[in-house]
Write a protein that binds this ligand. Structure first.
Ligand code: AMP
Ligand code: GLY
Length: 424
């Protein structure tokens, strides 16, 4: 069968690479894809949010299954649109995707379903928000309600910083309508992990645990980014935490949504903070993580296409499982100088072939394109150099050996990806 993956990042490259290995799949397409995805799929020049064009492409090319990578088309209702045309698509509906599309919706459902999360208030009035910050004992985390390309969360260290953040979001409209409402919540301490699963709306297949590195620079310094690297498994998610996330977060979540008439189907990502063996939810995403997916899918044994197909068909995954290789995996993101702020594009990249030849290494492309037969940079996060090894130390060594072979003008990467796992 033919499968279409929608999106253009490192996450989508790894999804194309994995799905392409399935014996059920003859051909993988990716819309719009990128310079590296073109090696593993047929790239189709349609953006991820151009739903009407995607539908007509899928119909014309007899594509049996579409898998949606990023959140924006999900929040826009791509799944509802495909399903109303009788097309098979893997992902949550618009109503379910509100879990990521509105932080206020997510916090309210957590409250109703007794899911552990930071104490919070929701405000659409700047004066009231400002008073809440002034009255609070501790600095608060400020979150724009809607999608803000990963920039809508400000973990303030002082009241002044939090007040500045609500001015930017609510008065200066830094994120447009996404900031019409804000969530103000208690700042939590602990270690973060990403817990991702697949659900058919009743049953849940957990994926392996992983951990992202959100800050731009080593030792978790510098501005927040989309993610500068990841590894799997995350040792902080032991069997006890795993059980608690399933029982106290994911099952109550799908049950709580069901009560509202929402059947959640697709990937579900819980960003959790673990403190004294207790998990709290920081956020829900309605998709796979980027860059967590790159090391995750490298560790996935066998084929995930039957599970995706079953969910897209509205079936049950009750008796299905996913198996994982014991070998850990890590992904080091190479970014453009200046990211997550302004950066230049169009820099030729060297060393890709040499890096990809190292045993156990796959270089996933995020912000690249092909220009005059050469791969050049076209985004902030450019590559995700991903490696698996017999242990985390070995995986780190291989990933950095490969990373050191790749260069382009202005490139940078963190040198400490996986260090926390090593220390544990
Ligand atoms: P979110 O998009 O809500 O996950 O926020 C992005 C990042 O901000 C998270 O990965 C955390 O590093 C941080 N963050 C969000 N909420 C909190 C919180 N309540 N306490 C501490 N850090 C937080
Ligand atoms: N790596 C964080 C995310 O995908 O949201």
């Amino acid at each position: 069968m033919k499968v279409l993956v929608i999106g253009s990042g490192g996450r989508e490259h790894s999804i194309c690479w994995k799905i392409g290995q399935s014996s059920l799949v003859d051909q993988v397409f990716c819309a719009p894809g990128n310079g590296g995805i073109a090696q593993d799929a047929v790239c189709v020049d349609i953006t991820a949010t151009d739903i009407a064009s995607l539908i007509s492409y899928v119909k014309k090319n007899n594509i049996s299954l579409s898998v949606v990578g990023p959140e924006a088309p999900l929040v826009d209702g791509i799944v509802d649109a495909f399903e109303s045309e009788g097309l098979k698509v893997f992902g949550p509906t618009k109503a379910a995707a509100a879990l990521e599309g509105s932080k206020a919706f997510a916090k309210n459902i957590m409250k109703e379903s007794l899911i552990p999360t930071a104490a919070f208030g929701i405000f659409n009035d700047h004066k009231k928000a400002s008073q809440f910050i002034k009255d609070s004992q501790n600095p608060v985390v400020v979150k724009a309600d809607g999608l803000a390309a990963g920039k809508g969360v400000i973990v303030a260290s002082t009241k002044e910083e939090a007040l500045c953040a609500i001015d930017d979001i609510m008065l200066k409209k830094a994120f447009g309508d996404a900031g019409a409402k804000v969530v103000l919540e208690k700042r939590l301490a602990g270690e973060e992990a990403s817990f991702i699963a697949i659900t058919d709306g009743s049953h849940i297949i957990p994926m392996a645990s992983s951990q992202d590195h959100k800050r731009a620079f080593d030792n978790d310094e510098g501005p927040n980014t989309g993610g500068m690297g990841a590894y799997s498994p995350a040792p902080v998610v032991d069997s006890q935490i795993h059980g608690r996330v399933m029982d106290e977060v994911l099952y109550p979540l799908i049950a709580g949504l069901k009560k509202k008439g929402i059947i959640y189907k697709g990937f579900i990502y819980a960003g959790i903070m673990i403190d004294e063996k207790k998990p709290s939810v920081l956020e829900f995403n309605v998709r796979l993580g980027d860059p967590e997916t790159q090391p995750l899918l490298m560790r996935l044994k066998g084929d995930m296409v039957p599970v995706l197909m079953e969910v897209a068909n509205g079936g049950s995954i009750k008796t299905m499982t996913l198996e994982w290789h014991d070998d850990p995996s890590i992904c080091v993101v190479i970014a453009s100088g200046g990211y997550p702020g302004n950066y230049e594009k169009g820099k030729p990249i060297s060393g890709l072939d040499e890096a990809g030849k190292i045993d156990g290494v796959k270089v996933f492309h995020a912000g690249t394109k092909k220009q005059d037969g050469k791969i050049v940079t076209s985004g902030g996060r450019v590559l995700g150099v991903t490696a698996c090894g017999i242990d985390i130390e070995n995986a780190i060594k291989k990933a950095y050996e490969a990373t050191s072979k790749i260069s382009f003008d202005g490139s940078f990467y963190r040198k400490d990806i996986g260090k926390k796992a090593l220390e544990r």
